[in-house]
Write a protein that binds this ligand. Sequence first.
Ligand SMILES: [Zn+2]
Ligand SMILES: [Zn+2]
Length: 145
Amino acid sequence: MNTQENRLNKIIDKIKKNGHRLTSQRIAIIKYLVESSNHPSADEIYSSIKKDYPATSLATIYKTISLLKSYNELLELEFSDKGSRFDGFSSSPHPHFICTRCSKIEDAEIETDSIVKQINEDAHFQIEYFKMNFYGICSQCRNIK
Ligand SMILES: [Zn+2]
Ligand SMILES: [Zn+2]
């Protein structure tokens, strides 16, 4: 079993234990989120799930998103101009690279543990979570002239 399968099973167990209804649609949405490392928008999730589950509504997508968020199993990246993107692949806070041309979002492999540790030790401030975004132009966009 790979990491994402483990993660999916863990989330499904949690939801069942709390007595929430799990339809096959809902499981498909959770599976999609857990397996997507490209930070999809709600519309992207919706159009992908609709292929297999035509009866799915955007409301079902949003309900599943808030359920996962309430379990701290989904990161929401909020943008005032373009709407939110979601990371169910990895739900612990991590930094992101965001392309200002094509809106691609990638996980930035930057070590943040020491920064968090330093703030917790130096400042009178206990960090619960953080949001760290780096904006620029992705390699794909730089190749296009
Ligand atoms: Zn780009
Ligand atoms: Zn991410």
